[in-house]
Design a protein around this ligand. Structure first.
Ligand code: UN1
Length: 513
């Protein structure tokens, strides 16, 4: 795909190379500071966007509060209708937005389109959910009394998202937040501001077509200071943050200090266990996609494989062969399996991690490096690495957001592999490759994986939107996307109604006056 072709798709999304408005898609910025977006694909500057000033931040919050007053009075199924229209608009723009995601973030076009598909899927899910925001009813201990629970909107939901899923993670949050009657304020990664702007323009058009306030969906552009503003702002009822554990701890601390709500989806250190009962062909496919897909920049990326010693040589041999077949290059060329890392800083960090891993005692099986030459001018392309390591190495205990896979051998029973898999601070995704029921059921039991996601005969990445998505321990404990994750976006109220002529007290207490 040529740059001229890419530009055509950008202009279909209303993105020009110098964008000046951010909040509500129109000019609203008073500070001069700007953010430039560079593509890791070819190093080109794609566009420049104005940053939100603290003055405009306050105006955005006020507009969002006003919009919420109107939005919360609209019945949930009608709010669902708006989300349906958003899903339809995304279907129309799928190709354009998928290309922008691939070009600005650097993931393969297929994955870029897949990300937009996740947005469409969550919209469909949210539309159905808009008629199912159910609460329980209970039997009261008092005669002629009725008790039930209902769910109400929270107000403003702040969303902090990362560069690696520049559009889908926002959509998981917003689609649910909106049907629940909230308005949203999005602080996207400063590395992918144009993806955010394109999404904002699509939803702004849908809101406009329906004569609804555009501030139902707000956008902040700029650096980490904006995330901090959201975290400290008592007017923001819930802050949903996706990104590093370091960022999550800072958000969680600020939100907790004001007793606000937070929903955290942070780092993973995901492992695949391969037992002697695994179908190795299946394991390899899931493993290679899990380790090098999105150039190792998914929070669900497979970072460790825990392999039984009896099959270690076979796995290493097959994996090495598979890595030799990998094609690395422009993610817009569908022949390539792996595109670039997000920027040169990420590439340099990858290389210094490889050096550090060797220093700590890890042995390279496949060595990683920064690629140079034709097609690699952006200096963001790297080759993936496989190192044999011990789980207790400090470097293995941390998340490196790059295609570095550690092989950790285990001996004896599957319990030993499970103990290794759990012995890290993070708890997002996990998987076991085995056709032995005793092993797989143990892995899924309370004695098994301690992660939020535990898969059998599937890799660690590529979760469907219908399940609750998130993890335990340093992953933050939040759940986004499917199942009953919507409850995090609402406040629960218990109602007790007395339709008798008496006032009996609970617990049988008598209080006569
Ligand atoms: C993320 O990397 O933050 O499960 C989200 C997956 C994707 C979502 C990843 N559906 O790999």
């Amino acid at each position: 795909m040529t740059y001229t072709q890419i530009q055509k798709h950008l202009s279909n999304l209303g993105i020009s190379d110098s964008e000046h408005g951010t909040a509500f898609g129109s000019s609203f910025i008073s500070e001069k500071t700007t953010l430039s977006s560079f593509s890791p694909v070819d190093g080109n500057q794609i566009g420049t966007i104005s940053c939100t000033s603290s003055e405009s931040y306050d105006q955005i919050i006020q507009k969002a509060q006003e919009a919420h007053i109107q939005w919360r009075t609209i019945p949930a199924p009608k709010r669902g209708d708006i989300v349906r229209e958003f899903g339809m608009a995304l279907r129309e723009k799928k190709q354009d937005l998928g290309i922008l995601v691939a070009y600005e973030m650097g993931k393969s076009l297929q994955e870029g389109l897949g990300e937009v598909q996740e947005m469409i899927d969550i919209c469909d899910f949210a539309v159905g959910l808009s008629r199912q925001l159910h609460g329980f009813t209970m039997h009261s201990e008092r005669p002629q009394h009725r008790m039930y629970e209902q769910y109400h909107p929270l107000g403003i939901v702040g969303i902090i998202s990362a560069f690696n899923f520049p559009v889908a993670v926002w959509a998981w949050n917003t689609a649910l937040a909106w049907i629940c009657g909230n308005v949203t304020i999005w602080k996207p990664s400063e590395k992918t501001p144009l993806c955010a702007l394109a999404c904002q323009k699509i939803i702004a058009q849908v809101l406009d077509n329906n004569n609804l306030p555009k501030a139902i969906s707000c956008l902040l552009t700029g650096g980490a200071e904006l995330g901090k503003l959201l975290a400290n702002d008592t007017r923001v009822a819930l802050v949903s943050a996706t990104g590093s554990t370091r960022m999550g701890k800072s958000v969680a601390t600020s939100v907790a200090a004001r007793l606000g709500k937070s929903l955290l989806e942070l780092g993973g250190n995901n492992a695949m266990i391969i037992t002697p009962h695994a179908n190795l062909q299946l394991a390899l496919t899931g493993l290679v996609f899990g380790a090098v897909g999105t150039a190792g920049q998914r929070c669900t990326t497979t970072r460790r494989i825990i392999v039984h010693e009896s099959i270690l040589d076979d796995v290493v041999h097959k994996l090495t062969l598979a890595y030799q077949q990998l094609k690395i290059g422009s993610p817009l060329n569908e022949k390539n399996h792996m595109g670039p890392l997000i920027d040169t800083e990420a590439a340099n960090h990858y290389i210094s991690t490889l050096t550090e891993a060797k220093k700590q005692g890890a042995t390279p099986i496949v060595e990683g490096k920064i690629l140079t030459g034709k097609g690699y001018e952006s200096r963001c392309y790297v080759s993936p690495a496989i190192y044999v390591a011990k789980n207790e190495f400090p470097i293995v205990q941390t998340e490196t957001f790059a295609p570095l896979l550690y092989i950790i051998p285990y001996s004896g029973d599957v319990d030993n592999a499970i103990a290794i898999q759990n012995n890290v601070p993070q708890g997002l995704s996990s998987s076991i490759m085995s056709e032995n029921l005793r092993e797989t059921e143990l892995f899924l039991s309370a004695l098994g994986s301690d992660c939020g996601i535990a898969n059998v005969n599937i890799g660690t990445s590529g979760a469907e939107i219908g399940g609750a998505f998130g993890g335990e321990k340093e992953t933050g404990g939040g759940r986004e996307s499917g199942s009953d994750a919507w409850k995090a976006y609402m406040r629960r109220q218990t109602n007790t109604i007395n339709y008798s002529t008496e006032l009996p007290l609970a617990q049988g207490i008598k209080f006569n006056i």
